[in-house]
Design a protein around this ligand. Structure first.
Ligand code: T1G
Length: 653
């Protein structure tokens, strides 16, 4: 088996090339290949060494697939210390994304150059880890304490120009990277440039109180997460200890993170997210239809957000509304959202104007005659949706993809009103649609393979994480929310208060407790849905008695100023004794004895409710794999990524 690393001497420069597709991850073979190459360069006639990569990117990190497997030498920290110890100038030449162990490799080199489009970063925190191969010790010596803390704690990559401005990249190379790096190496040799080891640099002055400041912020912002706190300790070691001692601290903290269930959960989601984009039985070569223009039916909150998702990806959007007034309202939602994003510095004024310019409106369906795709985003009335699909069937061109943004309804029944059910599927966005990453792609019985393949690829283009679901009431996410909500109601009747249930779940890691979620969504939504059901279909009255009482008392949730909580003008929730009384009366009426319920039991029963329904969804083939369910809950329902999703969590227990 040939090594994924090759070494060649070109004139007086040694060139080490890593070629390990798809992202040149630092697998054992790559580490061994790098060690062999730097050793060879150390003893041959080369006067300098360039490390460069083939393919689409410089090394994008350690090979995450090897984590948790038996460790094989050489380890990365030792390998990078060997590269740094080289007595000849070592230059790292970066393109694509130099991430994690990949950027640590560049930091172990004595000089770094990059093409303008390159990005560098240390995203280990997103895997519940910290940079474990000298990154927490070398980066502060080049870029200082604060810039390093921000880089490690955000995990976000930065552009080459910014990296240069903080001392992490020395040179931007325009034109061919290898040519540029070789020319620079020649120059360094000619100028007898010093061997500049990052580990020997002194950490620039810093205010020692910065570490406690970050710890306090993280105690709130990253409550319960291990890695961010360990990052601060590792950087503090870099700032206060000699390199070797600091590296030992880094290693110890890294191993603690690596062995933590949190990192296991986050690594699971890393691969689960990528797995979700693969559809069993659908080959990678399935043809795709072009989607350069999209129609959106409905200019409400969802319609506006969906329109922005496509415009942000450079796709022209036509928003359809029933009247000019409604259309103006829809377009002004978009306007307001963009203005807000500019104000919060999320996007530039230019970008917002360009995206805004891609969105137009009409009240005439004829405006959709030539679009490649239409997404219906009107409120949850199945008859209205069917009426709209009949109209779309009449006006849209052959081959146009017709999608519904329904959160619950039978996509096959909607498709059946058209003469082209093969062109119909569900695209279930989550509110706010221009921000939430999850997209449930609902595959109808007759949905054509190329339609599915097109939408899955399109999801990546509009920066969504797409998960395929079969047709059932509520698909994957909302279907599981049913038993989760019912169990919540039982817990209230049995003795837990809304604030106890919510804080138990939020302390466990959920972004928001169930009662606050229901108040945010609006209690009238469920009430209206139940009104259309028979008592038998509604199921056990215990599971909806209290929400019904609240709605009938005009408590619709945040939007009416009260629901399970009372809300102030800033929509901050406060417990309301009136609700406590309503719950007690309902419990008495339903003959339920009340008792103290420990937080653990609340968490167990609610997570079990999710997992049990998840298992049924798997048995029925509604979801392709259990990790897809985890991705749905992480990206759509505020499930803590450090728990890996409900199904993964259950498997760990
Ligand atoms: N290890 C193993 N496989 C990886 C990988 C990695 N680091 N990165 C990507 N892949 C696989 C991925 O699963 C997919 O496989 C294919 O490559 C394409 O990825 C000591 C311990 C680089 C920005 O966290 O962020 O270094 O699905 O679909 O959208 O301090 O991948 O095709 O079979 O994501 O173009 C730190 C992780 C590791 C970077 C490219 N590094 N990767 O995005 O493609 S920890 C990271 C990414 C570490 C050291 C520590 C992205 C990307 P498949 P993709 P993409």
């Amino acid at each position: 088996m040939s090594s994924p690393v090759r070494y060649e001497l070109q004139d007086n420069i040694g060139i080490i090339t890593v070629d390990n597709p798809p992202v040149n991850a630092l697998s054992h073979a790559v580490r061994q290949g790098l060690l062999d190459a730097i050793t060879a360069a150390g003893s041959d006639s080369s006067e300098a060494v360039v490390i460069i990569c083939d393919g689409r990117t410089f090394i994008a990190g350690a090979d995450i697939k090897e984590f948790g497997k038996p460790f094989k030498e050489p380890g990365l920290p030792d390998l990078l210390n060997t590269i740094e110890a080289c007595e000849k100038p070592v230059i790292a030449a970066i393109h694509g994304t130099a991430l994690g162990g990949g950027f640590e490799t560049a930091l172990a080199a004595h000089y770094r150059c990059a093409v303008p489009s390159a990005k560098v970063g240390l995203p280990e925190v997103k895997l519940g880890l910290l940079p474990g191969a000298g990154g927490t010790q070398r980066t502060p010596r080049l870029a200082g304490v604060k810039a390093s803390l921000d880089l490690f704690i955000s995990g976000a990559p930065i552009k080459a120009a910014q990296a240069k401005s903080i001392g992490l990249i020395d040179k931007i190379v325009d034109g061919d990277l290898l040519d540029g790096a070789l020319a620079w190496a020649e120059e360094l040799v000619r100028d007898d440039a010093p061997i500049r080891r990052s580990s020997e640099q002194v950490v620039p002055d810093f205010d020692a109180s910065i570490f406690d400041e970050y710890r306090q912020t993280l105690a709130k912002r990253a409550r319960g997460q291990m890695a961010p706190g360990h990052i601060v300790s590792a950087v503090e070691a870099a700032a206060t200890l000699p390199f070797d001692e600091g590296q030992a601290v880094e290693r110890r903290l890294f191993m603690e993170c690596m062995q933590s269930p949190q990192s296991a959960g986050m690594r699971h989601i890393f691969f689960a997210e990528r797995q979700a984009s693969k559809i069993e039985g659908l080959s990678k070569d399935t043809p795709r239809r072009p989607v350069d223009s999209v129609g959106v039916i409905g200019g409400g909150t969802m319609g506006g957000g969906i329109a922005m998702s496509f415009a942000n990806a450079g796709i022209r959007v036509t928003m359809i509304e029933i009247s000019d007034e409604a259309l103006q309202r829809g377009l002004s939602i978009v306007e307001r959202n963009y203005a807000g994003s500019v104000k919060r510095g999320k996007i530039s004024e230019e970008k917002a104007t360009a995206c805004r310019g891609l969105i137009s409106g009409s009240t005439d369906y004829a405006a959709l005659a030539e679009v490649d795709m239409v997404i219906e985003a009107v409120f949850e009335d199945p008859d209205l949706k069917k009426k709209i699909f009949k109209q779309l069937d009449a006006v849209c061109k052959p081959g146009a993809i017709l999608a519904t943004n329904t959160s619950y309804q039978d996509v096959d029944a909607i498709a059946a009103v058209t003469a082209r059910p093969e062109d119909v599927l569900g695209m279930h966005f989550f509110s706010p649609a221009h921000i939430m990453k999850l997209l449930e792609v609902v595959r109808g019985e007759k949905t054509a393979d190329d339609v599915l393949a097109t939408v899955m690829a399109l999801a990546k283009k509009i920066r969504k994480v797409a998960v395929v679901s079969g047709v059932c009431y509520g698909f994957i996410g909302n279907r599981m929310l049913g038993p989760y909500g019912e169990t919540t109601q039982l817990l209230l009747l049995e003795g837990a208060s809304p604030q106890q249930v919510d804080s138990a779940m939020e302390n466990w890691g959920m972004a928001m407790g169930p009662l606050r979620v229901f108040d945010l969504a609006g209690l009238d939504v469920g009430y209206k849905a139940r009104e259309a059901l028979s008592d038998e279909q509604k199921g056990d009255p215990k599971t909806y008695r209290v929400p019904d009482l609240l709605v009938e008392a005009g408590r619709l949730g945040q939007k009416s100023g009260s629901g399970f909580y009372a809300y102030d003008e800033n929509r901050r929730p406060t417990p309301d004794p009136v609700v406590g009384e309503m719950i007690e009366n309902a419990a008495a009426e339903l003959g339920i004895e009340r008792r103290e319920i420990p937080d653990e039991e609340i968490v167990d029963r609610l997570i079990s409710a999710l997992v049990d329904e998840g298992r049924k969804i798997l048995e029925e083939g509604i979801a392709q794999r259990s990790s897809d369910i985890d991705v749905v809950y992480i990206y759509g329902y505020g499930f803590p990524v450090s728990r890996g999703g409900p199904m993964f969590y259950a498997d760990q227990q």
